[in-house]
Design a protein around this ligand. Structure first.
Ligand SMILES: Cc1ncc(COP(=O)(O)O)c(C=O)c1O
Length: 385
């Protein structure tokens, strides 16, 4: 593996491990068999870097990308990515023309969107490719099955709009080992697909599988699975791993792709009884050597990690002391000899025989690994190693 020369880089950076990403892609491809793999790279590729991950995904032969917004799709097109790109979020009506021009697929659940896309397609003499999203029980985006008729009527009248896919999304597949609700949603989805087919629509693509479904339920694969968190080497949840074991399935061997590092900005020794940081929430119990690290909640290092998380310095744990500030944390290096100015600090990732996972930080901060990595400030440079 190419080593990153930290001294060349800014005060903090994110490393993306290409071999780990390729490995995870292969794990999912093996699991999915004949079904296609759509890489969910929305939200700056879950904080990993949109363009960096799109490049690796393209290199690994993935030809479907899922983004959240028109902007993300256009950015990929501007950078020359010619994969099939599905906008998973909301396409504003004013963006229909751009979406058609850039051949971005739109997730549709409003008649207004369908009409705007039809008008754009007519104007450009180019098909608008759409994926209808079915409401199966998540009650987020989606068309209630009893409203599908109106969409089909409009689709019949507008041949310039091509129904390429039909999709849905699970509500309760990561948080439980109970498969009742996913099965209920799957049944609703199948019924909606049957309804479309009985109305003369042959839908080429059906997709409702996320990472947890791809790991646990082959019956949800249809012909395309939308996989996000797993490609980044993170488990959707502990429950998913437990469910996997309970079902006697072999768990995927996922490798975390992201490491987050910074360097020491100052070293100082403070006496016993000194307060550290805003609110004086920590008071030293011994003369303490502190390293000041230029990372804070602005960067996505959650304030909930105040006085609870640790970082790695010289491969050893250094406890965060006091509150996480906007742009700094203070860590205790009293028991780590030889730390120098600008030495590397690991916030997420491995160093020596120690490691800090996104899951550990998420549990300390009272959130989930998805949020922990996704909120890493997009301005921090990402390097592929
Ligand atoms: C619509 C949709 N599909 C797929 C995914 C991927 O889910 P996961 O990251 O659990 O694989 C998400 C994630 O939030 C999503 O919103």
């Amino acid at each position: 593996m190419a080593r990153v020369k930290t001294e060349k880089f800014p005060v903090q950076w994110v490393e993306i491990n290409r071999q780990a990403f390729f490995h995870n892609v292969q794990e999912f491809k093996n699991r999915l068999g004949q079904a296609g793999l759509l890489a969910v790279i929305k939200a700056n590729a879950y904080g990993h870097g949109l363009l960096e991950i799109a490049g690796l995904a393209a290199e690994s032969g993935i030809d479907w990308f899922g983004v959240h917004s028109l902007e993300e799709g256009l950015r990929l097109r501007q950078q020359g990515f010619n994969q099939k790109i599905l906008i998973l979020g909301y396409l504003p009506l004013s963006g229909a023309e751009e979406a058609v021009r850039a051949e971005l697929r739109s997730t549709v659940y409003n008649l207004e969107t369908l009409k705007a896309l039809a008008a754009a397609a007519r104007k450009q003499k180019k098909p608008a490719l759409v994926h209808l999203k079915i409401e199966t029980g998540t009650n987020r985006q989606g068309i209630a099955p009893n409203k599908l008729g109106g969409f089909l009527n409009l689709l019949k009248k507008t041949p310039e709009v091509v129904l390429e896919g039909v999709s849905s999304h699970f509500a309760n597949i990561e948080d439980t080992t109970d498969d009742y609700y996913p099965r209920y949603q799957l049944e609703n989805f199948k019924q909606a697909v049957n309804y479309l087919e009985s109305n003369g629509f042959k839908v080429p693509l059906r997709h409702m599988s996320c990472s947890a479904a791809a790991i646990l339920f082959p019956e949800t694969y249809f012909n395309l699975a939308r996989v996000g968190i797993g490609l980044y080497g993170l488990w959707p949840s502990k429950e998913t791993l437990v469910s996997c074991r309970l079902r006697g399935q072999s768990p995927l061997r996922l490798k975390p792709v992201l490491s987050w590092r910074a360097r020491v900005a100052q070293i100082k020794t403070v006496p016993r009884g000194a307060y550290i940081g805003y609110g004086c929430t920590y008071r030293t119990t011994r003369p303490t050597r502190l390293a000041i690290v230029p990372v804070g909640y602005y960067d996505g290092y959650d304030r909930g990690l105040s006085n609870s998380a640790y970082v790695l310095v010289k491969g050893k744990r250094a406890q965060v002391r006091g509150r996480v500030c906007m742009d700094f944390i203070m860590v205790d290096i009293t028991d780590i000899p030889g730390v120098k100015l600008e030495d590397p600090v690991t916030l997420i990732g491995a160093e020596g025989r120690e490691k800090i996972t996104a899951d550990q930080l998420a549990s300390l901060a009272g959130t989930i690994n998805y949020e922990m990595v996704t909120r890493i400030n997009p301005l921090i440079p990402r390097f592929i190693v």
